[in-house]
Design a protein around this ligand. Sequence first.
Ligand code: SF4
Length: 295
Amino acid sequence: MSLLNAHAPDLTEAMTDMDIQLYWHPSFSYQSSDVYSEMLSNLRNGSLELDILCVEGAAITGPAGTGLYETFMGVAKKDILIELASKARFVIAAGTCASFGGVTSAGEVEATGLQFQRKKIGGLLGEDFLSKEGFPVINIPGCPVHPTPFIGTLSLLLDGISLELNDYNSPTEYYSMLVHQGCTRNEYHEYQVEETDFGQKGCLFFHLGCHGPLAHGPCNKYLWNNRSCKTRSGVPCFGCTEPGFPQESPFFETPNIVGLPINLPDGVDRPHYLAYKGMAAAAAPARLRHRKTKV
Ligand code: SF4
């Protein structure tokens, strides 16, 4: 559904431009199940070629590793997945559950990402899995995944442009930046003008649970509906693109030690951060302390 938010190009234009023939999609496909059963048989026996296997949602492996909690015509979907992955030129995990297990793996159904179980490589397909084109599962995390990284990655792959991946096999083109970069609250963060309640303009890092300086993703570069994102609408970043998502602590609170967040911005050491924040707070201009955007 998040793909329907794509614009310039929108989803239909993108599919046409990339010359993609969609075999099956849970919401866009409308023919009878017989048609899709036959298509699946043809994909499995190799009489139909599969360029891209795109999976949304975690692979269900329970109970006891059988995968029988989730079946298609009596067969565990995880087994169909393993078979199709071995035939595809590229395998894409769309969203954090397919990439790392996400919310689903935090429950009790025994679920995993395709090639990662949270931060640990392996998952359903195993550490050594490579698709026919020699790629690991390409992870495009997000809860949900934003349409721009998804369509952009598809486009790069189909155009044969080299795709650089980070440690969690996500395209660096979209996942090397932090959610913090581009946030409209950055100046407040800089001077430690931090909020303890919602509905204000300041930063949400120290008290309200924002993961922006830790989470990798383009959420403040590519906006939803070309307009907004969590931090711009006053909600902290929950770090939904990270393999450790969801966290076990409450979403709207920042775990801290004597007022300083336990998890500091990516790559920052605690003593220097403490010194810098103390000075920054003292230097905060009145227009920020009083939440005035105009002087
Ligand atoms: S609200 Fe979050 S993303 Fe925005 S400046 Fe503060 S810490 Fe960074």
